[in-house]
Ligand binder design. Structure first.
Ligand code: F0G
Length: 458
């Protein structure tokens, strides 16, 4: 008998208490934080859906592996174990550990890009974009049209727009230095990219002699969607699908804080010997010797085990289902969300939910502050605050104003998620009373992390 209930494929050996606060406590905490949920003390948050990055629960096997860490400065056993696991999945010749994903990005872009260069990607994540722009290069998003429409149903909304890829390479060929695909496409709703699309991107990029890299943070979740949705992929294991995804690329950047199931870490990987040598030189300057790259030996052990666990079918079935479960509850209550739901998060369409708040008054901030005030839930704006500031200092509304409920891996149970759904439906019912915000102070780059906000007068 196959039962329908998909249960957490683990039991809990160690618990951590979470703190309940009053509505009044939360109003005061938000005030201290300038209405920016990034500036809250995490202790004052009941359910933290700010990110799925580094916030997951490690397994007993990973915790045990920490004691196996070899902390030798050079040639540590833990590095070779890490390297062999990463190579088994990715097949790349050069595996360069970094302290997290953005360090891999910085090293790659600093090594490859000159001012005026262009990087193409389905949708650049914020740190990816910032690491390109800091080189005075351009990060251009070329996701398919469906990927920019929150309610349009498409099995692979993360796919790269192949026509725009070819057209851009035709028109700006000299300037395009690198073609990327982010799997899954985080800034576009955690949406997957099909193997077929990756195959074509590779073919086009190589036709124009451009390297093709994956931003592979959530490669296992992408592989699960491929297994579920792409014709002909049903009989393959997630590992086999992941191996094919990587085989289509020339390299990748990776944050092990997502599908590495670790609390810290990342890597840069590639086949090009000369490029790898230049990247390693920069690594030594800023991260560390090439066999530890800013990580402790025990981190390398935790990541190696995490990468083995993340491609487990029972884990991935539960993981993707748990996101879908929350999405179904919100859809049933007519809360507008990006559909179909992504692999690591549910994205509420704050612009559609709060049509009375214009993008310039940040509907995403109105929603995140209300969710915290009402229920102690922390979620992240992915919209005009995150992407609206242009390099020339002007502001324009982002393509979408989303609020992301990112679900940390293996951390919360189904009843936590039931609470989240109930709370959001409550906030949706009071939507007309929510008001917009304006920025009172902000830094020049990556402003969403530290900007302060004030509610606009009625
Ligand atoms: N690429 C993507 C697609 C990401 O989602 C992230 C991080 C990075 C690169 C950078 O990796 O954090 O290890 O330096 N995303 C986190 C998030 C922070 O909340 O989505 P990192």
């Amino acid at each position: 008998m196959d039962f329908n209930t998909i249960i957490e494929p683990f039991r809990i050996k160690s618990v951590e208490a979470i703190k309940f606060t009053s509505r009044q406590d939360r109003i005061q905490a938000l005030e201290r934080a300038g209405n920016n949920i990034f500036l809250l003390h995490a202790e004052d948050v009941l359910i933290d859906l700010l990110t799925d990055s580094g916030t997951g629960a490690m397994s007993a096997s990973q915790w045990g592996a920490l004691m196996q860490g070899d902390e030798s400065y050079a040639g540590s056993r833990s590095f070779y174990r890490f390297q062999s696991v990463v190579q088994n999945i990715t097949g790349f010749r050069h595996i360069i550990p970094t302290h997290q994903g953005r360090a891999a990005e910085r090293i790659l872009f600093h090594t490859m890009l000159a001012p005026g260069d262009i990087v193409l990607n389905n949708t650049h994540f914020d740190t990816t974009r910032a690491n390109i722009e800091v080189q005075n290069a351009e990060a251009r998003d070329i996701v398919i049209a469906e990927g920019r429409q929150p309610s349009s149903l498409h099995p692979f909304k993360g796919n790269v727009d192949l026509e725009r890829l070819e057209q851009t390479l035709d028109e700006e060929g000299e300037k395009v230095r690198l073609v990327m695909a982010t799997v899954t496409n985080n800034s576009g709703g955690g949406q997957p990219v099909s193997i077929e699309n990756l195959r074509q991107v590779r073919q086009i990029a190589h036709h124009y002699n451009k390297p093709f890299f994956l931003d592979a943070c959530r490669f296992a979740e992408n592989a699960w969607f491929v297994k579920q949705r792409e014709p002909g992929q049903q009989e393959r294991t997630p590992l086999e699908i992941a191996q094919e995804m990587f085989s289509l690329a020339d390299g990748c950047t990776m944050s092990a804080k997502k599908d590495g199931l670790a609390n810290i870490g990342g890597f840069l990987a590639m086949n090009d010997d000369a490029l790898a040598e230049r990247c390693r030189s920069l690594l030594i300057l800023t991260e560390g010797f090439p066999t530890y790259g800013g990580l402790a030996g025990y981190d390398l052990e935790a990541i190696a085990r995490g990468l083995e666990e993340v491609v487990d079918e029972d884990y991935l079935r539960y993981r993707i289902r748990s996101i879908e479960y929350l999405a179904e509850k919100l859809i049933a209550a007519d809360v507008p969300i990006v559909r179909p739901p992504g692999g690591h998060a549910v994205y509420i369409d704050a612009r559609a939910m709060l049509p009375h708040i214009p993008p310039e008054q940040y509907p995403g901030i109105a929603l995140t502050t209300a969710m915290y005030t009402e229920a102690g839930i922390r979620a992240c704006e992915i919209g005009t605050v995150m992407f609206g500031l242009q390099p020339d200092g002007t502001e324009k509304p982002a393509a979408m104003d989303l609020v992301r409920l990112a679900i940390p891996r293996r951390l919360y149970t189904q009843s936590h998620i039931d609470y989240v759904a109930e709370a959001i439906i409550h906030v949706a019912k009071m939507r007309e009373s929510l008001r917009g915000y304006r920025i009172t102070s902000a830094p020049a780059v990556l402003r969403h992390f530290t900007a302060r906000f004030q509610q606009v007068a009625e």
